[in-house]
Design a protein around this ligand. Structure first.
Ligand code: HEM
Length: 412
């Protein structure tokens, strides 16, 4: 793709592909500068990627909802990943599909994410989290990011994919490595990042190959069986399409909800008065979880590609250019949220964009909501209060804002 660089606004010193910016926590200030000075920003990344960054709430929402202008076909992640221009997943998995195929595919996947399924997930997660909390009580503390938070996606996978706890944990390990492909605690970061990512994806596909073979023999009421038996546009899905969509659900759900739980708990521990209020008033769990979702904005951005030339805010976006929609920045837009830098568990209204918006709005939102509410309710009911007991480590990523180490000790 050739990109004209004239008339593209630049702000010295801000590169949103710089993972260190996010690891250091300097991205909050960087986005405030961009929103004030160059809300539609042409980012020339040190990694060679070139893209527009939309940073205000209104611009992000506009792009989410204008499906005529913006396509999801290039994938959610900017350059240097398998979700790039020659992305083999384009048009094959839900999140990289445009209309009309997106609608048909969603009909197949949606029943596995319904309110009924969310209830079953909550029951499964309750069991797993209950046990993890008791272990933590006995031990006097734990690493919340590895010992408790992953039980959320584990419970979800057990219900949605019909796998057992061990298989769920194995799959979570695989997707965690895939999402953390730039982080040395998950992978050897030497060599070509795209090759590494392709290799990690192959491991996930291998996992699903076994599950698909098993479901062919013994179909159940799970997502894999639904993908195997449904038709989209008059034909069955190919095996590869099934793998891609299983991966979409696994990657979409595994890291997001558990990282949100970590950032949410850290925010509570950083704001003891809010933490105390939640323990004393458990009815606040609903608004508290919404605030944790806004605060964490775990899925920092999604990518679109412009299908046609469009002018917005005096800036011309040309057909073929990559456009990133920064949920993190939209969720701290001063014109939409009162005191956006304040963590307030009673915030209402709280129309955050953490799940996106429009056609691709997170299909797993009811599941994530059930997992997170259940976790914080159980923590309150159990009477366990946590205090930070060591250094917090952040995931090396500008796409998923996660925590990979969260040592906590039991206070009461
Ligand atoms: C806090 C937790 C979560 C966050 C922050 C989150 C975030 C998002 C966002 C921003 C999108 C929109 C992507 C786009 O517009 O390109 C999305 C879509 C999606 N999410 Fe989630 N998600 C979460 C939980 C889950 C869970 C638990 C699952 C599955 C069990 C899931 C599965 C999906 C899938 C399959 C899509 C694609 C939907 C489509 O393209 O129509 N997500 N998610």
């Amino acid at each position: 793709m050739s990109v004209r660089t004239e008339n593209k606004p630049q702000t010295a010193g801000i590169d949103l592909t710089d993972v260190d910016l996010f690891v250091r926590g300097d991205h909050t200030a960087a986005f405030a500068t961009l929103r004030a000075e160059q809300p539609i920003y042409w980012n020339e990344g040190a990694d060679g990627s070139r893209f527009w960054a939309l940073t205000t709430y209104d611009d992000v929402l506009w792009a989410y909802r204008d499906h005529e202008t913006f396509s999801s076909g290039r994938g959610a992640i900017v350059g240097g990943s398998l979700h790039s221009e020659d992305d083999t997943s384009a048009g094959r998995m839900l999140v990289t599909t445009d209309l009309p195929r997106h609608r048909m595919l969603k009909q197949v996947i949606h029943p596995s994410m319904s309110a009924t399924i969310a209830k079953r997930v909550a029951a499964q997660v309750a069991e797993l989290v209950g046990r993890a909390l008791e272990r933590t009580r006995a031990d006097g503390g734990c690493d919340f990011s590895t010992d408790i938070a992953p039980e959320l996606p584990a419970g979800a996978l057990m219900v949605i994919m019909g796998v057992d706890h061990e298989q769920a944990q194995h799959l979570i390990g695989l997707t965690r490595r895939m999402v953390g492909y730039r982080d040395e605690i998950f992978v050897d970061t030497g060599g070509d990042a795209r090759l590494r990512l392709a290799w990690l994806q192959a491991e996930v596909f291998e996992f699903f190959a076994d599950i698909v073979a098993e479901r062919r023999r013994n179909p159940g009421d799970d997502l894999v069986s639904a993908l195997l038996t449904s038709e989209v546009n008059g034909r069955r899905l190919t095996e590869e399409e099934i793998f891609f969509n299983c991966m979409n659900v696994a990657v979409g759900g595994n890291e997001t909800s558990s990282y949100t739980a970590c950032t949410g708990l850290l925010a509570l521990m950083d704001h003891p008065e809010q933490y105390r209020r939640l323990r004393e008033t458990p009815e606040l769990t609903g608004t508290a979880v919404e605030e944790m979702l806004r605060w964490s904005s775990t899925n920092a951005y999604v990518q679109r590609v412009a299908k046609r030339d469009v002018v917005r805010g005096g800036v011309e976006i040309k057909a073929g250019e990559s456009v990133t929609l920064w949920n993190y920045s939209a969720n701290r837009d001063e014109t939409k949220f009162q005191d956006p830098h304040l963590f307030d568990i009673t915030r209402t209204p709280n129309r955050h964009l953490t799940y996106g918006s429009g056609l691709h709005r997170c299909i797993g939102a009811p599941i994530a909501q059930a997992e997170l509410s259940l976790l914080f309710d159980r923590m309150t009911e159990s009477g366990l209060t946590f205090r930070l007991a060591g250094e917090v480590r952040r995931l090396r990523s500008n796409f998923l804002l996660g925590i990979t180490r969260l040592p906590v000790e039991v206070v009461s």
